[in-house]
Ligand binder design. Structure first.
Ligand code: FES
Length: 158
């Protein structure tokens, strides 16, 4: 079965049951699904609509309006590179070229096997250690291509 078809229906049903009477239930349910599953599977939307007595179109409209909601499964490893000014001044573009070439995807892309996603961010609050990036939640600074490769080796989930 394709990973895009695999999602935990029981978990979504439990979330709907727990939050369906709460104020702002739809957004709270969508957020909880995203937090717990890592994404909002499109086939879960009719289940949520049914639980809230809303139309599928209403639920789909809200789920697609907010860009924070992922509609595909997340990659196992998420790499975020800072593209803001301080990092740009200290080598972020060369680093980005290296990372794009190493992973074979551009910003906003995910490798075909869903091992890696590459995201652009605009300042990580780590400007004193530019260029900065994050691998699987670990904030890194002074990232040369070599330092990136070393960090990738130790921080990736296999
Ligand atoms: S500009 Fe990159 S961390 Fe601030």
């Amino acid at each position: 079965m394709d990973s895009a078809e695999t999602w935990n229906k029981d978990a979504v049903a439990a979330i709907v049951a727990a939050l369906k009477d709460a104020p702002g239930a739809l957004l709270r349910i969508l957020r909880r699904v995203q937090d717990d599953l890592g994404w909002v599977p499109p086939p879960a939307l009719p289940m949520i609509a049914h639980g809230l007595n809303l139309s599928r179109a209403e639920v789909h409209g809200v789920a697609s309006f907010y860009h924070d909601f992922r509609h595909t499964p997340p990659a196992r490893n998420v790499i975020r590179l800072c593209r803001a000014e301080s990092c740009q001044a200290l080598g972020a573009e060369a680093l980005a070229r290296h990372v794009r070439s190493r992973l074979g995807v551009g910003f906003g892309g995910t490798t075909a096997d869903r091992s890696f996603a590459l995201e652009a961010v605009y300042c990580l609050g780590n400007c004193a250690c530019s260029p900065a990036g994050v691998i699987n939640g670990h904030l890194l600074g002074r990232l040369t291509p070599e330092a990136f490769d070393d960090a990738l080796e130790s921080l990736v989930r296999r």
